[in-house]
Design a protein around this ligand. Structure first.
Ligand code: NAD
Ligand code: UGA
Length: 428
């Protein structure tokens, strides 16, 4: 089995490192944050990701998985070097490649001549060349291998991908990288780097488009008196449409869709194409934040100035503790701007959380406590456990039993029977 170095121990890097060690490879996983590396060396995984703790502990026990701050030392042994560093949104909407360039510049001099650098970060077309230049190593091929895992099911998605995409000019390098995924029952697509990079952006943009589409249909449903849940069910029976990624909600967010959709608009623009469709998708998403904010304000009686609003859910979706670009927080900030006093609960976000965006929002560790004296409860993240709470107790705690369920999570009939005013998304 091969020696692998993984640069970046975040959602993608740590998952890649842990899964590759589980598959029997010797892996060194590197990060620049000393506290993160110290915790990982103790088997303490800093993110909530199903199955990841077990794999990290297994890797440490078998001594196949190592954590390090020393990128040069890690790559000096490696046959394959994965780049899994951030590519955040730059000031002009394009992807900021500085992390990836810095990482490549740092490791370049220490790579073995037979090494292959595999880029898993999401990068604009042409970035494989940028990495090659930053490495300064004409003898080391760079291969694009975009990652399609979702947070919350990262380990499952890595081990059971829908496809593996390898973009390479060097066929020999592509075959060697393909060998890393031989055990996985997934279609393998070998293509050129520009196509691989475009596949990643196109996939995320298409998924975001589906969600904006269903949120727009939900608005139509409200206007015409239809029920979006039934509409989606009926659409989904058509195999050409399918029912995945058609759950209406507060808008899409997270660390990738927002930055990647904007980056694709920019990539297209720079290449002379005005991607109006995708701009519309982004606009619909922004409008969805405002629509949900308006629903909450209306339910609270037309104004939230000085009034208590309870919120359930701060993460950008359930089964993750990631709050980056969370629609929930965006909506709470809009409510704050209208004067609301907010108490929020999220099963994955502790009261002690240090997050500037939550500075003027009270975070509590109990869902009932969040509801105390609230005029309205906003359900913003689809945590399953919220469905099974004692809604009589919730009603007693609130100033008035009113719910805006931005995820269509709760059982409407149960709530109405208990005296709640209930409002979902796309349902009259
Ligand atoms: P992340 O922020 O969770 O982790 C990135 C890690 O890289 C951090 O721990 C950071 O400290 C580290 N890092 C930064 N510079 C470094 C350097 N020079 N050397 C070593 N480590 C360094 O990011 P992520 O969510 O894992 O995303 C990484 C890339 O993968 C991005 O391009 C993202 O778009 C893409 N991606 C993310 C997901 C996801 O679900 N999060 C899925 C697919 C693709
Ligand atoms: C997404 C993609 O699903 C992954 O394939 C991709 O690898 C990843 O981005 C990435 O490039 O980082 P992720 O951001 O983890 O994964 O989360 P998703 O499950 O896609 O959800 C994104 C947002 O859309 C969340 O806010 C979620 O609540 C929302 N969503 C999703 C809906 O509102 N409705 C749906 O039907 C699905």
């Amino acid at each position: 089995m091969s020696e692998i170095a993984v640069i970046g121990a975040g959602y993608v890097g740590l998952t890649t490192a842990a899964c590759m060690s589980h598959l029997g490879h010797e892996v060194a996983c590197v990060d620049v944050v000393p506290e993160k590396i110290e915790r990982l060396r103790r088997g303490d995984v800093p993110i909530l990701e199903a199955g990841l703790d077990e794999l990290v502990q297994e890797g440490l026990r078998s001594a196949l998985l190592h954590f390090s701050l020393d990128a040069a030392g890690a790559v000096a042994q490696a046959e394959f070097v994965y780049l899994c560093v951030p590519t955040p949104q730059g000031l002009d909407g394009s992807a900021d490649l500085s992390y990836i360039e810095d990482a490549a510049r740092e490791i370049g001099p220490f790579l073995q001549p037979e090494a292959i650098v595999i880029n898993k970060s999401t990068v604009p077309v042409g970035s494989t060349r940028v990495v090659e230049q930053a490495l300064g190593r004409g003898d080391v091929p760079v291969v694009s291998n975009p990652e399609f895992l979702r947070e919350g099911s990262a380990v499952h998605d890595f081990m059971h991908p829908d496809r593996v995409v390898i973009g390479a000019d060097d066929q020999g390098a592509a075959i060697r990288v393909a060998g890393l995924y031989l055990g996985m029952a997934a279609p393998l697509q070998v293509t050129d780097p520009a196509s691989a990079e475009t596949i990643k952006y196109a996939s995320n943009a298409f998924l975001a488009t589906k969600i904006s589409f269903v949120n727009a249909i939900a608005a139509v449903c409200e206007a015409v008196g239809a029920d979006v849940n039934d509409v989606v069910l009926g659409m989904g029976y058509d195999k050409r449409i399918g029912n995945a990624f058609l759950r209406p909600g507060p808008g899409w967010g997270g660390s990738c869709f927002p930055k990647d959709s904007r980056a694709l608009v920019r990539i297209a623009e720079d290449a002379g194409y005005d991607f109006d469709l995708l701009k519309g998708v982004i606009t619909v998403n922004d409008e969805q934040f405002e629509r949900v904010t308006d629903k909450i304000v209306t339910r609270a009686g037309g104004s939230v100035e000085g009034r208590r609003v309870a919120a359930w859910g701060l993460t950008f979706k359930a089964r993750t503790d990631d709050t980056r670009d969370s629609p929930s927080i965006e909506i709470l900030r809009r409510l704050r701007a209208r004067g609301a006093l907010i108490r929020a609960y999220d099963p994955a976000v502790p009261r002690s959380t240090e997050d500037d965006r939550l500075a003027d929002i009270e975070v509590v560790d109990d869902p009932y406590a969040a509801c105390a004296d609230a005029e309205v409860l906003a359900v913003l993240t689809e945590w399953d456990e919220l469905k099974w709470l004692d809604f009589d107790k919730v009603a007693e705690t609130m100033a008035a039993p009113r719910v805006v369920d931005a995820r269509n999570l709760l059982d409407r009939n149960t709530l109405v029977r208990r005296g709640f005013e209930y409002e979902g998304i796309g349902r009259t």
